[in-house]
Design a binder for this molecule. Structure first.
Ligand SMILES: [Zn+2]
Length: 211
């Protein structure tokens, strides 16, 4: 019946939705490895673009690892809203114009993580974090992280980019084993007491963390 109705409907009158919600799912903190030992809660929106190449399993694994890393600062990913979007291929690869357009057409709660296919930015980073300080010319994508499917050590990279957003800082650390080294690597997961303090203070001040 539906097919017939669709066929009979004049094609020109059909809306051409470019962004369609395919799936919405609430992820509980327990699914993301949250324990009771935390002082601050982080609620995330997770946007997976159909065709990005990310599987739910891999994305969840990255979220769990990021949660464990942020846990050392007393921050728990207390829940996440998982959204799978079907969108025009032009949104699959990160660029500031495409990202702004996507966020404007399909606004989501922040902070938000977008699992994307690739990047058109040059230099091409595997992942990008947009905080407050680097979003004045692109306010639509403040407090977001964009991570490409080619990213290695995705959980560590996700934690690194989320830390940039929560600290609202692009600063890096030279300390051995630190999460915020410019080059992320397996095993670099540590955050100093001062970094944790900044994460909690700035994140709370910008209402990205709740007590
Ligand atoms: Zn960085």
């Amino acid at each position: 019946m539906l097919l017939v109705a669709a066929l009979l409907w004049p094609v020109a009158a059909l809306p051409q939705p470019e962004i369609v919600l395919v799936e919405r799912r609430s992820l509980a903190g327990a699914e993301l490895g949250a324990t009771d030992a935390f002082t601050h809660r982080l609620h995330l929106t997770v946007v997976n673009l159909e065709g990005s190449g990310w599987t739910r399993e891999r994305a969840l694994e990255a979220l769990r690892e990021a949660a464990a890393i942020l846990g050392q600062c007393g921050i728990a990913i207390a829940g996440a809203e998982w959204l799978t979007l079907s969108a025009s291929p032009r949104y699959l690869d990160f660029s500031t114009p495409a990202a702004r357009d996507l966020a404007r057409r399909y606004p989501v709660a922040r902070p938000a993580i977008y699992f994307v296919r690739d990047t058109r930015s040059r230099p091409a980073f595997d992942a990008e974090a947009i905080g407050r300080g680097n979003s004045r010319s692109r306010p639509e994508i403040a407090d977001t992280v964009w991570i490409t499917v080619a990213t290695r050590d995705a959980g560590i990279v996700l934690a690194h980019e989320l830390a940039h957003v929560l600290m609202d800082s692009g600063a890096h650390s030279d300390a051995p084993g630190n999460l915020m080294r410019e080059q992320t690597a397996a095993g670099n997961k540590a955050l100093s007491a001062a970094q944790c303090e900044r994460l909690r203070e700035t994140g709370s001040g910008n209402r990205l963390l709740q007590r």
